[in-house]
Write a protein of this length. Sequence first.
Lengths: 432, 191
Amino acid sequence: MTVDFEPRLTRDWDDPGVIGIDGYAAKGGYEALGRAVTMADADILELVKSSGLRGRGGAGFPTGMKWGFVPRDTGKPTYVVVNFDESEPGTCNNRELVERDPHRLLEGAAIAALAIGCETIYIYVRGEYLWQSIVLERAIAEAYGSGRFGADALGSGKRIDVVLHRGAGAYICGEETALLSSLEGYRGQPRLRPPFPAVEGLFASPTVINNVETLMNVPDILVRGSDWFRELGTEKSPGTKMVTISGKVERPGNYEVPLGTPFRVVLEDLAGGVLSGRGLKAWTPGGSSTPMLTAEHTDVHLDYESLAEAGSMLGTAAIMVMDETDCVVDCAQRMVRFYAHESCGKCTPCREGSWWATRVLERIEEGDGRDEDLPVVRDLGKNLLFRAFCALADGTASVINSSLQHFRDEFEEHVRLGGCPLKVDHLEEVPA
Amino acid sequence: MTVFEGALRADADAIMARYPDDRRRSAIMPLLYLAQSVDGWITRDALREIGQLLGITTAEVEAVASFYTMYRLRPTGTHVVNVCTNLACKLRGAEAVFEAAHEAAGVEHGAEMSEDGLFTVHEEECLGVCDFAPAVQIDFCNHDTVDPARMRELVAGLRAGEVPSPARGPAFASFKAASRALAGLEEVPSA
């Protein structure tokens, strides 16, 4: 099987001209915004609802429903916040989407703003995406300069303003309430829900927070309709998804595929298979926070439902591939160390649990593992899951629990041998 | 004020004007970048003055500054070399690149910077360039698929006063220059 479909989000990737507003407009860009300014808010909302578009940032929540939660009678302004804090390890599709097609994001965000009666859009970009934030700044200047944004967007009498806000290196700010704290000038710590951001978000006002890829699907839905959108993907997971595949594959990269595409197709046909023809050992389907799967799961389909059934999650569809020469304990300790570093410190299970888990996993990998270490790690995994304010701790638990579930023997072997059975320096074999 | 005066005060005012009048505190992150663009790190004076600009205490400003890894609260090298060692990069040999960065730059593990003051080396969590691992940023400019030899070459170039061409986007000549761009003060050509 190959992937044969008309690309959507990536269709203009071979045209560097679309980075500029004229090139984008020449390809039909901003036609959707032109329509949206003449439409009733409720009609935009209905169209996006009927498309079945779901959030691409990890949770998969229906986008139209999210917009529909925003109350319009509070007397407060409403806000659209674009979550461009893309920080989930293994994930980089938002980066490339914006590098190659920044106006599609602005157009999608502007349509979202019209749907909820918002006049000011905030784009939260992770600080490390300095170049991408400059690409966006230039695109924003063009959108204002051409009268598409501003006090009288496209002559509609409606105001659309955009403010770009840069983060400063904190994974937790991808969590929507932590992002809001950060945007308000505080440490990026998550907040208790309820109240949900839809009711009390940015500046205590009703707020919609959407991922970059989610919003970039919106212009096409406006122009081509919800039935067209549903022509690709599955009934419950319609549309396409950007997949990032990295690690031990021949052709790492960002690929667009219809939701429901088998992992095997992405691995073998798009990414060219496991590097150097080695055997597949483990893979994360949606970034390091999603439970890892194994070679047995090669025929799993990449959509929200199929991955849940396989015991994992679609997440950000960031596939990191580990081959037969990679040590699962070593990979797990590196992923858990990340969560320990990025824990905001608010909740004890996360702050302490991720720190201890890192220490114990490092000890096992280095050959100082003790018989009691495996039960300790297992307990930590249990006590991290669903025990904290936000999902960061669940990500830590996913690494621990899934690696123990699928590779328990390998952990035990480390303890028994007093070292890593796979410790070979195979870095020279990795092409530069 | 000693930090935010003259042209820098005008920059700070422009940054604060991005946010609603009664939500001025939102300007704290770009103001911290602006402060960092002056000395290459955020001094006590800068922390205090940002507090004065925003009407909050120095402790509140420091609480924010210390939360985020892209702010430096101690003297920092002219160039900051960030090496990602998270899983996607680790699988492609990033740990050797991280070692090579230390050796070439003359920075001991755990040290703030090289003795000559040229380099700071920082271990990064995912930089979002997993498709071109191992990923490195020098002064927040991307360098793709860096191996140890390339790492040494990049550092040698910087030592010779060259600004390496990044994989995408313009090159910033120093950590200070990149910090100014991060404050949103990069010249944006009009449409």
